[in-house]
Design a protein around this ligand. Structure first.
Ligand SMILES: [Zn+2]
Length: 283
């Protein structure tokens, strides 16, 4: 994992140098590539990529970026749909600023740069590169209230993270009619998990979630929550099957989180729509 960011950074910087050189030679004033953008063609390519783009950013091979479209739109400040010329133009401006050309198409390099930006906002990711962060003392944690717990499950979180989550849930319940129809939405179904319990569960289930559960999980910090966003028919709420993640990414609860969770100090893990980490406390 430590080599990928460097590689991406290098790839991101190189086109900037090439672009600047081209500008100097041509004496042009416009951002490199932006003037010649065919937004209609880029929109068509984005439409294909929504289901076809090969993504290998998450230790497996996925097809299509639709699952990540809400996060990408948020990142670039696009209000239009992901397969529209307006989205392509907004993306082209973002790419130009980030040294990724200005083609207006979500490609592997652009997705990789965005994923690096998302990872960079998770203090847990930076901390766990050095050493798995120490877990807090269980006695220092607070119980998640029953009204905020999925199915009344007993769970613990660090107090400040729990308070921030409570403010976020109250805001979502007042702003989003969907939550009034289904009060289970955005309730917590996993919070603090003791490292030894995760390791035991990994062995018992034969499911180590890409070994993160067994070795070093963000949930051991007491700052990570999994929230209920619904589930595709036949799947559990935390199924990482593409069909389930796509279903969740299309839901209003997730889209509200993408737009608003940052106000309360929460940042996403792009691969798992249900997983959010609080950034207000040092790890
Ligand atoms: Zn989680």
């Amino acid at each position: 994992m430590s080599k990928a960011p460097n590689g991406l950074r290098f790839r991101a910087v190189a086109p900037v140098a090439v672009g600047l050189l081209a500008l100097c030679l041509a004496g042009a004033a416009a951002p490199a590539g932006a003037a010649g953008l065919d937004a209609g063609a880029a929109a068509l390519e984005n439409r294909r990529g929504l289901s076809d783009l090969v993504i290998e950013a998450f230790h497996r091979r996925d097809l299509g970026w639709e699952i990540y479209a809400p996060l990408i739109a948020r990142e670039i400040g696009a209000g239009a749909g992901p397969d529209t010329p307006a989205f392509a133009r907004t993306l082209a401006a973002w790419q130009s600023v980030h040294g990724l050309g200005a083609g207006g198409v979500v490609d592997a390099a652009t997705f990789g740069a965005m994923n690096m930006a998302w990872l960079g906002r998770r203090p847990f990711v930076a901390a766990s590169r050095r050493l798995c962060p120490a877990s807090p003392a269980v006695a220092s944690l607070s119980p998640v209230p029953a009204a905020a717990s999925y199915g009344g499950k007993a769970m613990l979180l660090r107090p400040a993270a729990l308070a921030a989550y409570g403010r976020m849930l109250a805001a979502a319940r007042s702003e989003l009619a969907e939550l009034r129809r289904d009060p289970r939405l955005l309730t917590v179904f996993s919070a603090y998990r003791a490292p030894d319990e995760d390791a035991a569960r990994c062995l018992r289930d034969g499911d180590c979630q890409g070994v993160t559960r067994a070795t070093c999980s963000a949930h051991a910090t007491g700052l990570a929550i999994d929230v209920f966003l619904g589930a595709a028919p036949g799947f559990g709420p935390d199924s990482s099957a593409d069909a389930n993640r796509l279903y969740l990414s299309r839901g209003g609860a997730y889209r509200w989180l993408v737009q608003n969770a940052g106000r309360f100090g929460f940042t996403p893990y792009a691969f798992e729509p249900w997983h959010w980490e609080w950034t207000g406390e040092q790890i």
